[in-house]
Design a protein. Structure first.
Length: 385
C-alpha cells in the first residue's frame, strides 16, 4: 500500500455536523422481505428490534444481486470522473456475467449509466454522491424473519467528504426494495467489517474507535454492538492506520476471510521500503498468527503481496495498491488487475487456490484505485435467503 494523505480523492469537506448517533436498533413487521423488482410504492420498512437474531452471511454464500453506484460529482473526481465511470461500468459488466447487478444513479445521470454499462446491468434512479456502495449502502444480514439491512449511519468516513445523498442511500435502498431496516447504534462503513459466516468478524480499531464516527465509544462498546448487529461471537481487532487515508484503513484492504479458518492478508512487495502501511500489515500478521476464531480454530494465514506499480503511469499517493479488495460473486472472483503480468498472474493464482471452483476474472481499475478504492469498495452483495 502506498502512503496517502487525507485525499483519497479530491475531498469535499461537508459543512454539516455529524449525524446524531442513534441508539435505536431495529424492529420490523413479521412480513418477509421482497426480492422482487423495486417499486416506487414500496412501504418504508420499520426498524428491527434488538431481540431478533440476525447474522451476516459470508461473502462467498449465494447472492441474489449486487448493488453498485454511479459516481456523480465532478467536484470529487475532477477530470478523472469519466475514467472512474468507465471502471465502474467494467466492474458492473464483469459481475453481471454471474449475478444480477443493480446500479444506483442520479436521475439526470441514469441514461448515461445505462449506455455505459449496457443492457446486462439494471440502472435505477436513486441519488448518490459517489461510487462506494460497500460503505454507503446497507450491510445485509439474514435471520428467521428473512432478510434485513443494517444502516451504519454513513457520515462520509467521519465527515471527510460530502455525503448529502450518500448518507441516505442505505435507508432509500431498503425502502425501495421493502427490506427491513436495522438502524445501527454505531457509525461506520461496510468496508470496515469482514466476517467468516461462522461467528468471527475482523476489523481495524482505526476505522471504528474514532471520535469522528463514534465519539465517546470504547472498543468494547463498539464490539458489543457489532456482535448484536452481525450475529458474531468474536471480533479480531487490528490496530490499522488512523488519519492517513479517508477510510482510516478499512479491513477489506488489509485482511479477508477466504473461508472459515483461512485469512488472506495484504503484504508489501519484496522491494517496498518500510512505511506506516507495512507496519500495519506486520501488526495484523502477528495478531492473526496468535488468534483463534469463534470456534476455537487457529487460523491459516495466506500472504498476498502488493503489485508492482512500475507500469502504472503516475499512480498518485492515494493509489490503493492491493489485491485484497477483490469481490466474490456467484461462481467467480472479480479481482483488480494493475498491469504487471507477473504480479497479476501470481495474485490470480492465489485467489484461484483460495476459492476453488470459481472463475477468477481480472478487471482493470486504475482510475478507481487512484481514488483510493477498489472492486470490493464499489460493490455490496444482497445475500440469497
Amino acid at each position: 500500500m502506498r502512503e496517502p494523505g487525507l485525499t483519497r480523492r479530491a475531498l469535499l469537506r461537508s459543512g454539516a455536523a455529524a449525524a446524531a448517533l442513534s441508539l435505536l436498533e431495529g424492529c420490523g413487521s413479521d412480513e418477509g422481505p421482497s426480492d422482487e423488482s423495486p417499486s416506487a410504492a414500496a412501504t418504508a420498512p420499520e426498524t428491527a428490534s434488538a431481540p431478533v437474531a440476525y447474522a451476516m452471511p459470508a461473502e462467498w454464500r449465494p447472492h441474489t444481486r449486487t448493488f453498485m453506484a454511479w459516481p456523480a460529482l465532478e467536484e470529487v473526481w475532477g477530470g478523472q470522473l469519466p475514467a472512474a465511470r468507465a471502471d465502474i461500468a467494467h466492474v458492473a459488466q464483469a459481475v453481471a456475467r454471474f449475478e444480477p447487478v443493480v446500479l444506483m444513479a442520479r436521475p439526470d445521470q441514469s441514461a448515461g449509466a445505462r449506455q455505459a454499462c449496457g443492457a446486462g446491468v439494471e440502472v435505477i434512479d436513486l441519488a448518490v454522491d459517489d461510487l462506494w456502495a460497500r460503505d454507503t449502502g446497507p450491510t445485509f444480514v439474514t435471520g428467521p424473519g428473512g432478510l434485513a439491512g443494517v444502516d451504519l449511519n454513513f457520515n462520509g468516513w467521519g465527515n471527510k467528504q460530502t455525503h448529502a445523498e450518500d448518507g441516505q442511500v442505505a435507508r432509500r435502498l431498503l425502502d425501495r426494495y421493502g427490506i427491513r431496516r436495522i438502524e445501527a447504534p454505531i457509525t461506520g462503513e461496510g468496508g470496515a467489517i469482514e466476517v467468516d459466516g461462522e461467528g468471527t468478524l475482523m476489523a481495524t480499531e482505526s476505522s471504528w474507535v474514532d471520535e469522528n464516527r463514534n465519539p465517546g465509544r470504547s472498543r468494547d462498546q463498539i464490539e458489543a454492538a457489532m456482535k448484536q448487529l452481525f450475529g458474531v461471537g468474536k471480533v479480531i481487532w487490528f490496530a490499522g492506520v488512523a488519519g492517513q487515508d479517508i477510510t482510516d484503513c478499512h479491513i477489506d484492504a488489509l485482511a479477508r476471510f477466504a473461508e472459515p479458518g483461512v485469512v488472506v492478508i495484504h503484504r508489501p512487495g519484496p522491494d517496498s521500503p518500510p512505511d506506516i502501511w507495512s507496519r500495519a500489515s506486520d501488526q495484523a500478521l502477528q495478531v492473526l498468527r496468535d488468534a483463534t476464531d469463534a470456534k476455537g480454530r487457529r487460523l491459516r494465514v495466506v500472504e498476498l503481496a502488493e503489485p508492482d506499480l512500475s507500469g502504472v503511469p503516475d499512480p498518485g499517493k492515494d493509489f490503493l495498491a492491493t489485491y485484497l479488495n477483490y469481490y466474490v460473486v456467484n461462481g467467480a472472483v472479480i479481482m483488480p488487475r494493475f498491469g504487471d503480468p507477473a504480479s497479476d498472474d501470481r495474485a490470480a493464482g492465489v485467489l484461484a487456490d483460495l476459492h476453488p471452483g470459481r472463475e477468477v476474472v481480472p478487471v482493470d481499475i486504475n482510475a478507481i484505485a487512484a481514488g483510493g478504492g477498489g472492486i470490493h469498495c464499489s460493490t455490496q452483495q444482497q445475500p440469497a435467503t
